[in-house]
Design a protein around this ligand. Sequence first.
Ligand code: ZN
Length: 473
Amino acid sequence: MPRNDALAAAAAYFDDGRFRADLQRRVALRTESDTGAPGPALGAYLTDELTPALEALGFACEQFPNPEAGGGPFLVARRIEDAALPTVLSYGHGDVVSGQDAQWDEGLGPWRLEVRGERWYGRGTADNKGQHSINLGGLAAALAARGGRLGCNVTWLIETGEEAGSPGLHALCREQAETLRADLLLACDGPRVSAARPTVFLGSRGAVNFSLRLKARARGYHSGNWGGVLMNPAIVLSHAIASLVDAHGRMQVDGLLPPPMPAAVRAALADIAIGGDPDDPELDAGWGEPGLSPAERLMAWNTIEVLALDAGSPQRPVNAIPPRAAAHCQLRFVVGTPVDDLGRIVRAHLDARGFEAVEVEVARTGAATRLDLGNPWVAWCQASIEASCGQRPDLIPNLAGSLPNDAFADLLGLPTLWVPHSYPACAQHAPNEHLLAPLAREGLQIMAGLYWDLGEAGSAPWRSGALAAEAVS
Ligand SMILES: [Zn+2]
């Protein structure tokens, strides 16, 4: 049966070592993008790695310079079988976070694929080189099984600045909207809910970073001679933070709470368990919004975190009242949160509590997205994955982390399906990043099955009238 041929071809690509060899070469390119000075490896990754791989499958490849100064290039690859056929857009990123070379375990390093048991170590194995290599391998397998035809058109968009906040991605999607026009986004990034079962997610939470600053005076003063008569900015700022989020991690800013949780979101999250893999941390009982399950807190609620605090000199404290204090905070949020008003809402909240002197500075925002759970692509994707690996995937409305999915959901107006091939303890963004071999092999088969099913006449819901407008910002 040809669908099985596609799955077998995907497994063979893993089993005969070709996938490992491809990933080894890709990991070896130092494509760090978060160092402040992105280097030539970014373009080389597109030119030397992905372009030949995509051209071998019949794609026409074109590189676009970044519309934003200093940002890395983009690769747009198109494989048009017939202009009358629908098009699936895929996405990945060739850049990685900095290697943190000195911090890996003995014998491991970021730029060499090292296999130890089921773990394949190396920077980008999980985020995102391994994942788009799995995506590409699955596509190749489906194509081979159907005799060099896919049954739909495919466009790939690869960026090289995701770890630096995706500079220019939204501008490129606006400028090249016609080139990128498609009917569906199918992409791979992020972790599964757990290693044991596949996952589908439909968008992501957004994130906005903001800083609180309080400056009292130009210099520090002796804490004995002046303590009790000079205001301490570190103390006042601590209370300002406590007014935003209480001692149990519960948000105190009503204006930044999410809208009521949709019943379909609650239902989808009902059987999603968080944590429990061997390297996962213990969840803290009593932390976070009461009355919600851990999955609801992570994926259907908003949280404020304090990422860094600054006052005095923590490495070498002196007996002085520090002249200033700062807190660098973050809000993670779901769709429907009035995040564009965050500065005004936090300002009003602090003013009402006597913290007028605390300054609020809002940095870059990443939007939240969530495809409607009733969109016909959702059930289609679950059924395809189940047919490939015999397990119903976990369905999460949106990833708890963030992705630039609004470029696809909002700017290009696409229904968005994400099928991750990593797992929560993959050490993404940290030393010892790794891919799990069984998940890579299964992921290749899942992707082969999805591409196979996309090209089956009548199988995929391409023509359903309900499609385009359901991506919610
Ligand atoms: Zn990342």
